[in-house]
Design a protein around this ligand. Structure first.
Ligand code: FMN
Length: 250
């Protein structure tokens, strides 16, 4: 079992990265293979909107994103942490979520992962930021499994006065490991959002993908076909399916 801890924050020795390390140490004690990634140590430039990921399955920017994407796709569990800026993940994390999330939104390449999210602030709104981190693994077709969402509304200097916070990290990390081992499904979590996706977004997204399966959404099409998530084509702008039927009849 491989668990990756990803964090951002002002420094590698900062509050957030330290908490992620507590979680990774706990996961390692449970027998998991762990790896730590501190986003600001990597070159992750701003998305330029070329959509090469959708067409070619590879980002058009030559930086560290592909490496990070590979690491994530090889993990079973992800523990992700960010400091909160006004209730949002911080800029480095937002940028990373944008870069990874766009491709994942269509392909769901992270939708089989278990995730624990952690956000830190000095006062409030850490949970709001932590909830946003959980979107890393969601896609139109399927969502990842959210084992826990943790917000720390207390400064690093005062954390020693809140031993229950560190206890929560440890217990939720153990829960993540257990959820993974038992392949726990969370049938009710996010069920309204998933229903909305299934009824309204997925049919439209399928049309879009099928319309561009030989061009600007080729990589997405291939990935979803290999997963069997496209099902029966709901719309075929090339008329290929209709032509095959007509040929068979004539
Ligand atoms: C630009 C900026 C905005 C921040 N916004 C908030 C905030 O809205 N609420 C809050 O409680 N803390 C805020 N903070 C404090 C950080 O969230 C907090 O110190 C964080 O836990 C530090 O994490 P780090 O040591 O991993 O960088 C902000 C810090 C910075 C630098």
């Amino acid at each position: 079992m491989k668990i990756i801890g990803i964090s951002s924050g002002l420094s590698y020795t900062g509050y957030t990265a330290n908490l992620i390390r507590v979680a990774l140490q706990t996961a390692a004690n449970q027998g998991a293979l762990v790896e730590e990634i501190f986003i600001p140590d990597y070159e992750v430039r701003i998305c330029k909107g070329c959509c090469s990921c959708l067409a070619k399955g590879k980002c058009g920017i030559n930086d560290d994103l592909e490496l990070l994407r590979q690491k994530l796709s090889q993990a079973d569990g992800i523990i992700i942490g960010s400091q909160a800026f006004g209730g949002e993940p911080d800029p480095a994390m937002q940028n990373f979520l944008n870069r990874i999330g766009f491709y994942n939104q269509y392909t769901g390449f992270l939708a089989d992962k278990y995730i624990l999210t952690i956000a830190t602030t000095e006062t409030f709104d850490a949970v709001r930021a932590a909830k946003k981190l959980a979107y890393l693994t969601s896609s139109y077709f399927k969502d990842g499994y959210v084992s826990g969402v943790l917000g720390f509304n207390v400064s690093w200097e005062r954390i020693e006065h809140y031993p229950e916070y560190l206890g929560k990290i440890e217990s939720l990390t153990i829960k993540l490991v257990n959820d993974l081992q038992r392949k726990r499904r969370f049938q009710l979590r996010g069920c309204w959002r998933r229903l909305g996706n299934r009824l309204f977004r997925v049919p439209e997204v399928k049309k879009l993908i099928l319309a561009h399966r030989n061009g600007k959404m080729e990589a997405v099409y291939r990935e979803l076909r290999s997963k069997g998530w496209l099902g029966e084509p709901v719309y075929d702008p090339t008329g290929t399916k209709a032509n095959i039927t007509a040929t068979a009849r004539s």
